[in-house]
Design a protein around this ligand. Structure first.
Ligand SMILES: [Zn+2]
Length: 190
């Protein structure tokens, strides 16, 4: 992940040869701002400008290099409770937890094994033997095999493995009754 360069404060105190506590503070502020995205930067700068009151906008423009027009716009956005402003996504691209099947490469295979056992009782493969098996049941079965996954994850994996949701299962069943053969294209499961 790359970071924006840290802006150097151009306020009179930071330009002066005399040491001043503001020099470190302004530097820290610019370091902090370099890690924010654009909307976050302008909202923080506008807040600081509002906190300082008179002359705040001008000083913050010197400290951060942000244009006074941008600071004013951010102030108006804050005053409107950020209505219509974009949501800020806090996770970096590619960040966050990897999908369960990536963390546990065996997971899909184990789920298929569990499903195979449950559908084994029907020679047509049309109706899973344990049709009433819930996501909770599958989740528990996986957990017992040492693969702890949530129900939503089981649901996602079922879709991925082409086990159709309830509605399709019913439709497939009806079609199976008419032709006497189950469609193998969709493996009904719920
Ligand atoms: Zn400064």
């Amino acid at each position: 992940m790359t970071h924006s360069p840290v802006h150097r404060c151009e306020c009179p105190r930071c330009q002066s040869a005399e040491p001043h506590p503001d020099q470190a503070f302004h530097h820290h502020m610019n370091v902090f701002l370099s890690r924010l995205n654009e909307p976050q930067r302008r909202w923080f700068v506008a807040l600081e400008a509002m906190r300082l009151g008179h002359g705040g906008k001008h000083l913050l423009a010197q400290i951060t290099g942000m244009g006074p027009t941008t600071i004013l716009r951010a102030r108006h956005e804050l005053e409107a409770d950020l209505a219509g402003s974009p949501e800020v996504h806090l996770r970096a691209p590619g960040g966050g937890r990897p999908a369960a099947e990536e963390r546990d490469p065996e997971l899909e295979h184990v789920l298929e094994t569990v499903l195979a056992l449950e559908t084994a009782g029907d020679p047509m493969g049309r109706r899973p033997k344990a049709k009433r098996s819930s996501l909770q049941h599958l989740s528990t079965a996986l957990k017992n095999k040492g693969h702890a996954v949530s129900r939503p994850t089981v649901s996602k994996l079922l879709r991925k493995l082409k086990y159709s949701p309830k509605v399709n299962a019913r439709r497939t069943e009806v079609r199976g009754c008419f032709c006497g053969r189950a469609s193998r294209a969709v493996r009904p499961y719920q």
